[in-house]
Each structure stands twice: as structure tokens, then as C-alpha cells.
Design a binder for this molecule. Structure first.
Ligand SMILES: [Zn+2]
Length: 414
């Protein structure tokens, strides 16, 4: 009995992976959402509203019902923190205390009801940095931040799955949410979790796509949140028919919208194909998207949610309290973008910010930080913890491995 059943699911899954990803449709969604016309989809901008309209239309075309507060939409109005703002005036960029204006953005929410008592939630944020805001890494004045990978890719993938959702999920209702305000600090997902349009206690799990368009040559897929349910590990493994290189990380708390659901005691996953040098820059464009990679993520997720459809019980587990760990109070930074997909010893640098301590000390992309002062850095965690031990203006000897050689550089913290 078990054997026959297993065979049946194996065939069904085999079939799923084929021909259910339309490169043309995904590319059309990417091209539109990341076009200059939408001027970077900044939260509260007229172009964010146009993007919302586009996504609502796509949901409608796919036969999904509205599940917001007003049709497909759920609006929110929030005030950015009155911290340092990056201000673009003319050609120059400066930092200062900007005038803080309230912004109104909206989530776009659709559902497929299967007459079930349980729900699964699939989400992706569609807002980005507009012409460049305080989160931009672009230093040369204002420019359209197209956000093809961040996160037109996630929205396009969500729509791709939505198209065939009937084939994957039969035993739960499905809610699709395109969040806004993510880049401002998870505003959209916080709003949804404060004022959910479905019963949150009925949500079996939530999957978040944020930056899924730049899979590397090793077919690496980072999956965050595998500690949020004991069910995840076996299922994540089982869905991996294409032998992706999975990099798993337990925490349910991370820099994207799944965090809001994790904090409601819901098992979550964040799928992510990794950092790159176009991150939060105007050069995050559609030409650089790896469509074949998106297809792999699409098929992986399709297998995963199909298999989970047969799992009746999905207990939630809290992951180690990351509050202090993921955001230790540090006064200094190196000014680098860590390579989050690197799982060897140390912290590998994926990008450097101009005129910040690492770059000033002569560190390079690809360098692996293995020690800072007396502290041995064996991974991201010790790197982050290590930063809390230094003071601005101090000089610290940092050991890096470059092409097999160990070098020591003097870092002056700023
Ligand atoms: Zn982002």
C-alpha cells in the first residue's frame, strides 16, 4: 500500500516539474515590473499604485478571487523613521535629516478557496527603492532602481505558481500576497499580520520569495526558516529532484516578509538565490536574471507544496531567539556585503562599499575574513558578534584569506 502510494506521488511529482513554467510569461511580468516606466516602484509612489493595479489584473486573469480589504487591495499609511535620510538633490547625494512624509502603500491579495479549513500563504514583495532611498547603495545621485531581482523576480515566480496552483494544492486554500513597503521595513507584511483578511490560526505555512532571480552556476538555493517546523527538513530534501545545492538556515527571523508570519507562530520559509553586486543599485536589471534558475526554483517549490498538501499536521517550532544574534548592537561596520551563500570557514566578501573601512584597508571582493583582532571568525554569526566588540576610530588587524594566502590588513573603523 505504502509502496503504491509512494509510486503514485513520485509520478505525479515527475509530471509537475514539466512544462509548468512559461519563460515568456515570467519574462513579461519581469519586463513590466522592472521597467523604467515603473520608476523603481517606491512605496507610496504613483508607480507603486500602477504596479499594484497590474498585479491585481494578473490575479484576476488567473481566476483568483480578491482577498484584500477593498477588492484585491489592503492599504496602509506609515511614517518612515526620522533617522538619517539619503537625499537626492539634483546631481548630488547627501545624507541629512530629511523631512519625513507619511507614505501610503498597498498590499495586493488574492485567494483560491478549495473549501478547506486550512490556508497556505505564498508571498513576495513588489515595492523597491524608487529613484533611490536611504537603503540604496548607489552613490551617484538619483536613478531608477528597477529591482528586477529585488523583487520583480519573486512576484513573477508567485504568479507563475499561481497559474497552476490547482495542480499543486488541493487540500488547503491558498492566499497570494504581493506586499508593499518591504524595503521600508516590512510594512506590508506587518499590516497584513495586524489586520489579516483570513484567520491566521488556520495558516499551515507561509513561503516568501525575495530575490529568486540570480541563481548561480552551482544552482544554489538558500532557504531560510527550516527550523520553524520539524516537517521542513525531510520535505525540503524530498523536493530536490533537480539536485540544487541547498543552503539551509534555521531562523524564522530575517530581512524579509516571512519574519512577520514567523512572529505569529506560523512555519515559514524564505527562498533566496543570493546576493550580488547589483543589489540595491540601479543596475539590478532584467538582462541579468537567470530564467533557467527561476524555472528551477519554480519547479522545486511546486514539488514542495504538492508534497506538503499531503501533510496534515505542520507543527510550528520557534527557532533560537535570534533577536540579539541577528542584530547585535554594533557601533562599527566594515562596509561590505557578505556572501550569504558561502558556507565555508569565515565570512566571504561579495561586495565592498566605496570609502568604507574594508575598501580603505585594501580588502577585495572574494576575500574571506577569518579573524578580527583576537577574534577568530568562523562564520557569519561570529563575524556579526565580533563587530560589537570594536569602537569607531580604533584600528584592528583583520586577517583575510585571498586566493589561498592569508593577509593581514589594518582596518580603521568609522
Ligand atoms: Zn531589497
Amino acid at each position: 500500500m505504502v509502496g503504491v502510494f509512494a509510486l503514485f506521488t513520485a509520478c505525479e511529482q515527475e509530471e509537475l516539474a514539466e512544462n509548468k513554467f512559461s519563460q515568456n510569461l515570467v519574462l513579461a511580468d519581469l519586463n513590466y515590473l522592472a521597467s523604467d516606466e515603473l520608476r523603481g516602484r517606491g512605496t507610496g509612489s504613483p508607480e507603486e499604485a500602477i504596479a499594484a493595479e497590474y498585479i491585481a489584473n494578473r490575479f484576476d486573469q488567473l481566476g483568483l478571487q480578491p482577498a484584500g480589504e477593498e477588492g484585491y487591495f489592503q492599504s496602509f499609511t506609515k511614517k518612515p523613521h526620522p533617522t538619517v535620510q539619503k537625499m537626492n538633490d539634483g546631481d548630488s547625494t547627501r545624507f541629512g535629516m530629511g523631512v519625513v512624509k507619511e507614505l501610503t502603500g498597498k498590499n495586493v491579495i488574492a485567494k483560491l478557496e478549495n473549501g478547506s479549513d486550512s490556508w497556505i500563504v505564498i508571498g513576495a514583495h513588489y515595492d523597491h527603492l524608487g529613484m533611490g532611498d536611504e537603503n540604496s547603495l548607489h552613490m551617484e545621485g538619483s536613478a531608477i532602481h528597477n529591482g528586477a531581482d529585488d523583487n520583480a523576480s519573486g512576484v513573477a515566480l508567485m504568479l507563475s505558481l499561481a497559474q497552476h496552483i490547482n495542480d499543486y494544492v488541493k487540500k488547503s486554500n491558498v492566499l497570494f500576497i504581493a506586499f508593499s513597503g518591504e524595503e521600508k521595513g516590512l510594512w506590508g507584511s506587518n499590516t497584513f499580520c495586524d489586520k489579516p483578511t483570513i484567520e491566521m490560526s488556520k495558516v499551515k505555512y507561509m513561503i516568501n520569495f525575495d530575490m529568486v532571480g540570480r541563481m548561480n552556476e552551482e544552482n544554489t538555493l538558500a532557504i531560510y526558516g527550516n527550523g520553524t517546523s520539524p516537517v521542513w527538513n525531510a520535505e525540503l530534501e524530498k523536493a530536490n529532484a533537480d539536485s540544487l545545492r541547498l543552503v539551509l538556515s534555521e531562523s524564522g527571523v530575517g530581512p524579509s516578509d516571512h519574519t512577520s508570519f514567523y512572529l505569529e507562530d506560523i512555519p515559514v520559509l524564505h527562498l533566496f538565490t543570493g546576493q550580488h553586486e547589483d543589489y540595491h543599485k540601479p543596475s539590478d536589471d532584467v538582462e541579468k536574471i537567470n530564467l533557467k534558475g527561476m524555472e528551477l526554483v519554480n519547479n522545486y517549490t511546486a514539488r514542495l507544496i504538492s508534497s506538503l498538501d499531503l501533510v496534515a499536521d505542520m507543527p510550528f517550532t520557534k527557532t533560537k531567539d535570534e533577536d540579539n544574534e541577528s542584530a547585535p548592537a554594533f557601533k562599527v561596520t566594515l562596509g561590505v556585503i557578505p556572501d550569504y551563500l558561502y558556507d565555508g570557514e569565515g565570512m566571504r566578501i561579495d561586495g565592498l562599499r566605496e570609502e568604507r573601512p574594508a575598501q580603505m584597508a585594501g580588502m577585495e571582493k572574494g576575500d574571506i575574513v577569518v579573524a578580527m583582532g583576537d577574534l577568530k571568525v568562523d562564520g557569519m554569526q561570529t563575524y556579526m558578534e565580533g563587530l560589537s566588540k570594536f569602537e569607531p576610530k580604533d584600528t584592528t588587524q583583520v586577517k583575510v584569506v585571498r586566493a589561498g594566502d592569508t593577509l593581514t590588513v589594518d582596518v580603521i573603523w568609522d
